[in-house]
Write a protein that binds this ligand. Structure first.
Ligand SMILES: Cc1ncc(COP(=O)(O)O)c(C=O)c1O
Length: 365
């Protein structure tokens, strides 16, 4: 008799597995990874030392409330500690928000080129993803509002966005929030917020202080260089923080992650160096890439989205292979609906110069 095999619930097998940025280049022992928007400076010494010291506590469960980290964040950003959510990366927080709000058939609204992690959890909840067209690679507030229907429960905006690197200014965000139904949660993903010091930019924390339906997420993976440790956080209305805290796993952030994050938060020097590095090389790269005749999407994070011609021999896919052969791994973004673009993390000086030299050769070849 053929017993039926256990089948996942409806929708699960329709989820496209997340394809991370490549980390290897064939035949190259130490390639330069410019494909995951990690902190190219690594992490700060204080965070590393805290992590190493945590090796003395491997037999213990962590503080499930992440009390010290929670207090440190609350102090640093002047936030009520009980309104904070800690997660195994901000990715976990997106999934938890989806679980809290989505019944089967409900939906989220996101931009056309939105970061892939939001949709994964939506489909797992048997929800739908509604994508609003973007205008010149930028989230379009009016299109986002238009995409909302009676089953919309959440709206996700990465600001700055990944993979485009563009941002929506404060005035537009306020207009969006004012026009959005109050029972739709607006999630503002500020993973790259610190790299954007444009005066019209806000990560939304101030907007969220008095709002009942704004959640701002942040991460230790980018500015602080702790992507390996998986630690992110969110500032949410009290009721949402309470709900998320009921469904999260009790020990979702580890001891090494918590102590390294506390140390990183205090290491203002490293944070400044990280931002200064991006601010030093972002305009240089933009100018050099533009000089090669490539299209630059105006960057506001620690990476640049570059458009290639469709001419055979000059395409984005060919450039990706050409660069990989020279040990430079960049991110193809065809999976995001951007087959003519590559996303490139801003590297150290030597990486950036090598990248431009290689692309100059590629465009001449
Ligand atoms: C827009 C955006 N949000 C969130 C994340 C994930 O952050 P975390 O490492 O905290 O899960 C990333 C990572 O690349 C990202 O690009």
């Amino acid at each position: 008799m053929n017993a039926p095999a256990p089948a996942p619930k409806a929708g699960i097998l329709e989820i496209d597995p997340y394809v991370p940025g490549k980390a290897k280049a064939e035949g190259i022992e130490h390639p330069v990874k410019l494909s995951a928007n990690e902190n190219i400076l690594g992490c700060g010494e204080a965070a590393r030392a805290a992590y190493v010291e945590a090796a003395g506590h491997l037999a213990s469960y962590p503080d499930g409330r992440a009390g010290e980290l929670r207090s440190a964040l609350a102090r640093r950003y002047k936030l009520a500690p009980e309104r904070l959510i800690l997660g195994a990366g901000s990715d976990e927080i997106f999934a938890l928000l989806n679980q809290v709000f989505l019944e089967p058939g409900d939906n989220i609204v996101q931009g056309q080129f939105a970061f892939g992690a939001y949709a994964i959890g939506v489909r797992a909840c048997q929800g739908e993803v509604r994508r609003a067209p973007e205008r010149v690679w930028r989230v379009d507030v009016d299109a986002m509002l238009e995409a909302v229907d009676e089953r919309t429960r959440l709206m996700f905006i990465a600001n700055p966005a990944n993979p485009t690197g563009t941002f929506v200014g404060e005035a537009e965000l306020r207009r969006l929030h004012a026009a959005l139904r109050s029972d739709v949660v607006l999630v503002l993903d500020g993973a790259y917020g610190e790299f954007n010091r444009d005066p019209t930019y806000t990560d939304g924390v101030d907007l969220a202080r008095d709002a009942e339906n704004i959640v701002v997420t942040k991460t230790f993976s980018k500015l602080h260089g702790l992507a390996a440790l998986r630690v992110g956080w969110a500032f949410a209305p009290q009721a949402i923080a309470d709900a998320v805290n009921r469904i999260r796993q009790p020990f979702n952030t580890s001891i090494p992650a918590q102590v390294a994050a506390v140390a990183a938060l205090a290491d203002v020097n490293f944070q400044k160096r990280s931002v200064a590095h991006v601010e030093r090389w972002r305009p240089w790269l933009t100018q050099q890439l533009g000089g090669l005749g490539l299209e630059i999407v105006p960057p506001s994070a620690n990476f640049v989205l570059v458009g290639f011609p469709r001419t055979p021999g000059r395409t984005a896919a060919e450039a990706e292979v050409f660069l990989a052969r020279r040990g430079l791994i960049v991110r193809g973004v065809a999976g995001y609906g951007l087959p003519d673009h590559l996303r490139i993390t801003i590297g150290l000086e030597a990486h950036n110069r090598a990248l431009i030299d290689a692309l100059a050769q590629f465009m001449r070849a």
